[in-house]
Structures are given as C-alpha cells and as structure tokens.
Design a protein around this ligand. Sequence first.
Ligand code: IVH
Length: 670
Amino acid sequence: MTDSNEVGRRIADLRQELERHNYNYYVKNAPEIGDREFDTLMKELEALEAAHPEYDDPYSPTRRVGSDISKGFVQAPHIHPMLSLGNTYSVAEVDDFVRRTRESLMGQDFAIVGEMKFDGTSISLIYEDGRLVRAVTRGDGEKGDVVTENVKTIKSIPLVLSGSGWPRQFEIRGEIVLPWKEFDRLNAEREFNEEPLFANPRNAASGTLKLLNPAEVARRGLDAYFYYLLGEDLPADNHLDNMRAAASWGFKVSDAMTLLNNIEEVDAYISHWDAARKNLPVATDGLVFKVNSLVQQLNLGYTAKSPRWAIAYKFQAERALTPLKFVSFEVGRMGIVTPVANLEPVLLSGTIVKRASLHNEDIIRSLDIHQGDSLYVEKGGEIIPKITGVDTSARIAGSAPVEFVKSCPACGTPLVRVEGEASWMCPNKYGCTPQITGRVEHFVSRRMMNIDGIGEETSEVLFASGLVANIADLYSLTKEKIMALDRFGERSADRIISSIEESKKVPFERVVFALSIPFVGETVAKKVARACKSMDALMAMNAEQLTAIDDIGPRIAASIVDYLSAPANREIIARLAAAGVRMEIDAPAQGQGSDRLAGRSFVISGVFTHHSRDEYKAMIEANGGKNVGSISSKTDYVLAGANMGPAKLEKASKLGIPIIDETTFLAMIS
Ligand code: IVH
C-alpha cells in the first residue's frame, strides 16, 4: 500500500470497523467476530498508524489502551450542578412519591420511567460535534476532577458517536462501575499481593477512576451505564426516548429502563427487581423512578439537593439470622484484642458466613449480645459481613450478656484500654505469642520483606521451636537449623534461606513499614523514611521534629519515639543492620542516562517533601527532560509541591498543562 490516500482510507475503515466491534462487544454484548480477528484488525491499524504518523488521531481505537504517562487531575466546573436523589426504602414511600407527583401535576396524566440505580461512581461526559471532549467526576457537585484520559480507556464509552441526531453540544451522565467479575479478579490479585482489598465494587470503581496511570485503569475493566441526557435541542421531549437515542449513538443504556403507567406497574417493577438484580453483572443498590416528560420535570423542579421529579428506592441489604456459637477474642500483632462472633454457618449473598468481627467492646454493648443469641448478619454490597442486630424474641431466658475479656486470651496479662479508643490491648509486647508471631508474619509478607516460605503456621513453628522469637532472629536461621525441624525438607529450607538473603535488598521505606511500629502504615513509613533518609537519623529525632514531616501528627510521632526508645527494639534494629538489612534510603532514582523525559519541559513550583527542588531539577535533566523557568503553552508539565502560587496554578489550568505531584513524577521516572 504505497498510495497515501489508500492508506488514509484503510485507516479510517479500520477505525470505524473496530469501534463497531467494540460497541457490539462492550455495549450490546453481541460480538460479531472473535477476539483473534479483532486483534488482527487492531494490529493492522497499529502498524499503519506507526508507519503514517500524519494520520494521528487521539480518537483512534488504538488510544483506548491508555498511555503510560501519568497526569495529575485538573478541576472543572459542572455546567449543571450534579445533584443527588431523595431516598426511599419501601414500596409505600415510592407510592407516596407517585401520589405527590400526581397532586403537583394537578391531575395531569404522567408516566414514570423505572431504571436501575447503579452502585458505582457518577460521571459527567461532555460531547461536542459527536466527540468526547471532557469527563468530569461528581466532585462536590459544583466542580469535579477532569478524568478524560482515564474515561477514554473504558471501551463501552463511545469516543466518537455513531448514528445521527445528537445536539452539537450535550452532557450525558451515568455511572462508572466495576463489574462483579472484574471486581473479584482485582481483589484476588490484591489478596495475592497482600494489598488491602476493596470493600465493594463502588470503592473499587471510584479508586480506579482516580488512578494516575491510564494504562492501569484500562487493565481493571471498568464499564459505564448512562441514565441522564442534558442540553439544548435534545432529540425528544421525554427522558426515555432521549435515552433510547443515546443508546443509538453508542452509549450503554440498561435494558431494565422502562415506562411504567401506574402505581401497580411501579410496585410490580420493584418486586421483580428486588430479586432479579442479583443476576445482574454489576452492583446495584436500588431503583430510580423518574417522571418521563421533560416539561413535567421542569414544572416539578428541584429542592436544594435533589429533583422533585425523581426518587431512588434503596434495596434492603441481604440479611440472614443465625445463632451465635461463641465469641472468640483474637490478639493482633499490635496487641489489640478483637472480639469475633463465631456463627452457625449461614448462606448470605452466595457465600457461607461463619465469622464476623464485632470490632470492640462498645459494639458488643450497643448490640446487647447475650450468649446463644440469634444474630442478624448483613452484606449490603460489602464483602465483609456485618452483625447488625439481635433477635431478642429468640433469646434464651436468663442467658448472660457477652462480656469482653479482662485479660489476654493468649498470655493472661491484664488488658489495658487504648487511650481515646474503644479497644483493649495486651501490653505484653515481647512475651505474648500471637503478637510475636504476628510481627514476624507481617515482616516476612510480600509487601514488606517478601520472605518466601514463612506463613502463619511456619512462624508459629519457628517460635515454638525457640528459633525465632523476634524478627532479627530470622537472620540467624541456617539451612541446618530449619531442616532439623520436623516438617522441612532441603528444598523448603533452601527457599527460606535464599529468600532471607534477598530481603537484604528491600528498600529502607519498606523496612520501616515491616518493623510493626504502631500507627505506622505503608504511607507513613514512606514519608518518614524519605524525610529522615536513614535509621540513625530517624532514631535521633524527637517527637517535635517528627511532627514537622508532612502528615505526621503527634500520635504517630509519639508512637515512633516510644518504639525506637525501647531497648528491645533498638537491639533488634542493631541486629537487622548487622545482618545487612538496608538502613538507608537509596540515592534518588535518577535513572542514569534514561530518556524517559526526552523532549518534555517542566516548570517546578512549590515546596516538596521527598526531595529538594535542586534534586528534582537534576532528576529531570538526568532523564532527558528540560527545566524551564515560567509556564507557557510549550510547557509539558508543572511539577507542583505544596503552596504553589495561585497565578501559576491558574495559568497552567488555563493552558491545560497537566499539574503533577512528586509521587507522580517519581513514578514517571522509575
Ligand atoms: S439520576 C438529578 N439515575 O445515584 C438526578 N442517578 O443518589 C441525577 N445513580 O449521583 C441522578 N443510578 O451517581 C440517576 N439510574 C440512575 C442512577 C443514578 C445511579 C447515582 C448517581 C447519583 C446518585 C444519586
């Protein structure tokens, strides 16, 4: 294919064809071709685009994979404020809404549209001349984050509209969701990597949408359903026909959206979906009822917070009633004692529930749980079941209330109340078995020192055999000592030893996290490590100096000082250092000789925490980028710290220059 016109035509055809297949697959769930044929077409388009950059188009389907370049978010005001909906929880309340509406409309005929209430994160999309120009999150209702690049990775969202009849400019609102299947996959992956799990698809969807790396967003499999069209010159004078038109332009509109002509049909719709929603591929938390006619919507108007022409009906969380077998008290690595309800196994939302945390003494008291009570367990779209109440009518006469233990269930030490909190803890930090083995388990886990072959059971065996009484003892283990224990062969001993050796390369930030300092989680550990740069410097700091670090409050500072002044901990740290564990931060990741930032110009502004301005300037240059003094249309990025001047901020936003923070910048060059 040498003739340039011919190339251009082929590129245009391929783009159109691929978008049509995307639509068939992601919106209609009815693919016409297999994955392989699709990939072949995509590869052909990629190759042609690479060979002919003159046909570059940011709307090409090849751009949906998301670029690797991270960008910060700029905010944009909403053209129409994003309001919420009034909630109802029973059929009677919905019927009241219908009656109220009839009265307000002075007896006029009206129809209601019933639709699903998707449980994700709302999005506002702006289209101009049939192209997606901006995607903005709800934010505070008046303004939100511009997340266009991330939204473009969602394959069911049309970048360029099909069909005809759309207004030159319009807004469409919908819900970005993470389908159950993708949610389960993502959480399984996070569990494997020992990362915190998402409690529900809603949190996962909103967290994903705010990621700074569009390529990662693309990988997570978000989807979107649309339910509201706004603008002038809309195709129809009623909601349902407008949504049908939107569907014909390529938007995913739920098939459940339907016209309801009277209260009986509304009630039947509720009873149908109360059960049928469990079979949907995405999470829903209710139904929405809207007056169909736009003129009637206008007449009904709005309250300060929500439209008078629409109402949400929330589904009942799935609930089960099951007898309490007993309450166990479990001791964590920080010594906190957590009460757990051990239940007669019961099926709830497709999984068997046997245990549920009761969190602390106050919760047991407020629920007023007695021995042998029957408890209500709920799973309202959350993965972790929750005890929400007691069936007091089934209480066994004279049964005693469940009492919180007074002494440690593991070592017998009297418990002490954590100041300012509802929890109790065992103060026997260095003699209480679950605390010791818990700290070892935390230390070896994947996100900390990543030592293979030691899990809960092994750390208990190592402790019981007298080999590992603290984390430093791990570095005195030898192959022979491990093999002398019953359950270890040569291979597993080798694996543990070589993995302990490897752990000496783990960066200092993770070492700080691995120590199990109370209140020092992953983010705090990073901040502290980067601010202090070495363990020696950290040990020399007092609480006042620590609170000068970004995000470190007096409670964390006191906890760090307390931990590092305990002689037992100082000895452990000295032994870790002697074993070769990293006790200093790496030199700034300058990616020597990298060209990751080649051709990019940066303006640096504000105050930084991880590195100095000069260090950032050096990093930009070392990676092929250019430092410039002031913002112009040629600036590619503004690297912004705290207190960036408002004039600069405004200029960068006006010119649409991405404003990135330190973490994003470091991710760009790492
Ligand atoms: S209509 C002015 N329809 O629920 C009315 N909202 O509580 C605009 N939602 O912020 C909203 N499904 O994020 C509407 N079918 C649906 C919906 C829906 C989910 C969300 C949306 C909104 C919230 C209101």
